[in-house]
Each structure stands twice: as C-alpha cells, then as structure tokens.
Design a protein around this ligand. Sequence first.
Ligand code: 5GP
Length: 124
Amino acid sequence: MPAYDPSNIFARILRGEIPNDTVLETPHTLAFRDIRPQAPVHVLVIPKGAYVSYDDFAANAPDAEIVDFHRAVARVTRDLGVDLDQGQGFRAITNAGEHGVQEVPHFHLHILGGRSMGRMVQPG
Ligand code: 5GP
C-alpha cells in the first residue's frame, strides 16, 4: 500500500482548507457533491481517517469507522432520493490505483444517480 499523502485534495477538504458542498457529516464520515458531476446526483462519501483506497480502509479502519461509513452511505442515498424505497436506484463506484484510474488518493465512494448509468464498464 502506498503511503497516505496528506496533501491530497480530500485531505485538504477535511482540514477545511478548501470549501465543499456538504451533503452529510457524521463523526467519521463526510459526504459532499463532486465538483465535476457525471450524473444529476454525484456525491463522494469519504472517511475522515487517512486511507488511500477501499482495500486500505476495509483492512485497516476500526470497526466503528467502517460501520459509520456504510450507515452514512445509506443516509446519503435516502436523503438524495435515489434509494430503492423512493427512487430508481444508483451506482456506487470506488476507483483504486492505476488500473482503477484513481485520481485522488484518499478513499472515496462515488454515489451516482438521477439517470440510468448505462453499462457498468466501458472499453478501456
Ligand atoms: P477518482 O477518479 O479518484 O475516483 O475521483 C475523484 C473525483 O474527485 C472526481 O470525480 C473529481 O471530479 C472529484 N474532485 C476532484 N477535486 C475535487 C474538489 O476539489 N472538490 C470536489 N468536490 N470534488 C473534486
């Protein structure tokens, strides 16, 4: 696992150095709108802890942070009306590393909805 780079843009958002459009904040998790939305709903859910990627978070975060993160995802889908009780669903994506084409090296889950998201993976 590469070392966590505390200068990445999401670390700067967490430190309050850069503004963000917050959707939800919990003790261990922040959700905010993507600056370049790919769908009518495009929210990034990130842990406040320093984790490079999903596998880093899943392997190394304390249980309380993992539970908080996933409960936050559920609240975001409900609050934005894309959950299956109210809406027509969503896609959750996390990119990791070079082959995942991860731009920001702080674990984040994209929540995309508000339209059909089409096929899951386009030809590379
Ligand atoms: P990745 O390719 O790492 O999975 O996705 C990174 C995402 O972060 C991209 O969708 C990009 O638009 C978003 N992003 C990059 N910089 C900023 C920023 O300063 N603010 C917000 N809200 N989103 C950002």
